[in-house]
Ligand binder design. Sequence first.
Ligand code: 5GP
Ligand code: MN
Length: 333
Amino acid sequence: MKLNILKECEGAGRIGISGHVRPDGDCVGACLALWQYLIKCFPEAYVRVFLEKPAAIFGELKGFGEIDSEYGEEDPFDVFIVLDSSADRIGGAEKYFRAAKKTINIDHHISNRGSGQVNWVEPQVGSTSELICDLVEEGSMDRELAMALYVGIIHDTGVFQYSNTTPDTLEKAARLISYGFDFPRLVRETFYQKSYVQAQIMGRALMESVRFMEGRCIVSVIDRKTMDFYQVEPKDLDGIVNQLLNIEGTDCAIFMYQTGVLEYKVSLRSNEKVDVSRVAGYFGGGGHMRAAGCTLQGTFHDCVNNLSLQIEKSMGQIEKSAGTTEGKNGQSV
Ligand code: 5GP
Ligand code: MN
């Protein structure tokens, strides 16, 4: 089902857009692309994006400077659209969602059961930005819009590396780069480039990582003190967990950073041998089969013990089903 967003927003004077807390590239790209599209199609309407302050690397995308991270008083929105998440993970913007006359939820997370009055959730699609790309009518696409969508797509597919990349993803990307932006620079500067402290803290996390389950799992943790020492924020830690998964023999990588005295934000990555969306879902989080997250309470060791039990369970289930349905490796993102 493709949503007709223009029809859904017809006659709306006030439209709000939001995405998940700690917005990643897909979330920022999708929100800014939809914002650009809606202001183009409804020039009279008040259209606003509410997001926690995204990383400065996305500063080049049109509309970045208009993002509202203050969550001040607003009259009720006629339409409020949540992207890349369900409405319970949009932080300070949730109050606008609750007060809105009409709510729409567009996402690609398998864990999202649809939190709006109108829902478009496609778990088999690699990024929310791909869904937004589908919404944009051909004549309305332009260079700025293409850039935002491209950034969203490369971030959630790991620059077309993960198994959520489909022929359709690449066809969309091909169409987007035909708008003539400097995509190699965008990929380098938004995806691969690290600041010096980001590289240092990554190095430290890799050096202090610990392997268990005969090397099939790897975990690393950064505590509050270390984050303060390097003066880094959570968004500076992006990419560490992917680097852990790159280590030979690893089926599941866990990266944790401390968010409270006995609280950790957990990022999980896996290959096809563990379904981390199930692992994270067990602890109240969510995500995709190969990339998911949750928040855990307890000491570092409690967290690792609890996670490892669920990881083992998922490994067992996948091994069992691979044995019964030969040739099927449960691939999906
Ligand atoms: P990351 O590890 O990069 O923060 O997140 C990986 C994936 O899991 C993303 O798709 C992200 O939206 C999702 N995710 C991370 N943490 C949570 C969480 O606490 N709850 C839910 N529902 N999804 C999460
Ligand atoms: Mn996404």
